[in-house]
Design a protein around this ligand. Sequence first.
Ligand code: NAP
Length: 275
Amino acid sequence: METREVVLITGCSNGGIGHELARSFAVKNCLVVPTARSLTSMSDFQNDPRFFLQELDVLSEQSVTHVLSNVLQKFGRIDILVNNAGVQCVGPLAEVPLSSIQHTFDTNVFGPIRLIQSVVPHMASRKKGKIVNIGSCSALAPGPWSGAYSASKAAVHSFTDTLRLELRPFGIDVISVVPGAVTSNIGDTAIANYSQMPEWKLYKKFEEPIRARAHFSQGPKSTPAEEFAKRTVNAVLKEKPPAWFSIGHLSTVAAIMYHLPLFIRDFIVRKGMKC
Ligand SMILES: NC(=O)c1ccc[n+]([C@@H]2O[C@H](COP(=O)([O-])OP(=O)(O)OC[C@H]3O[C@@H](n4cnc5c(N)ncnc54)[C@H](OP(=O)(O)O)[C@@H]3O)[C@@H](O)[C@H]2O)c1
């Protein structure tokens, strides 16, 4: 009987964390289903027999149902779901168009919940499974200029805590993976989306720090996605995986900031984010 774990990962475009997670799971002898909105964004995996590539948009019920049925038909099971797909949203909360905030929550919050609701009946029927939700350190010390994103990731942390308890009776482990600053495409995508924002009214004079927020996680000290992925996969594949796994540049700083009195945290963040 085939015993290799079947792992489905969302948001696996080349250059991002999902892509490296797919590679690391494959190195650990898993049967990997890397998914992305477009197959061309995973073209380097195309002829590699370790991967069963699928197009999946987390915003589409139809797309999720279609992919899950393809995977169950091919492998007969899904052992691990990694909710990795996500988008940054940069801008002052008082002026960011509501549609951009909704899109952020649709992708980062309702997308993972859509996948989870689709896969849980299958995992529960086998009394086995792991669900990995990628959160963010930015939700531990939410600063200015990325309020929609931080709030969406705080929601991810919160529903992950709930699911860990609610799914335990069904043999399903639920894991929060909380990256610090990790090298990926997130900054470039954020700045591309930012260029579609309207001109700020009250916040014109903050244009420079707001724009800089898009690339905040993409500095020279950011953790390479490959290193992040290797360590994350090692943690997830443990027989008893951790409930919370946080690594990457600034992840320790974020954990400390989380516990600081608010007046100290605000003082530090205001200096850093120039507001
Ligand atoms: N990099 C960091 O420093 C950092 C820190 C904390 C948390 N994170 C989280 O880590 C995860 C991966 O991000 P990343 O840094 O690797 O950024 P990335 O390189 O921009 O990757 C994001 C992935 O999500 C995909 N995606 C976006 N909308 C989607 C949708 N509707 N359906 C399916 N896929 C969709 C993107 O696809 P396209 O290529 O088609 O756009 C891309 O594959 C995200 O949840 C992010 O919030 C990253």
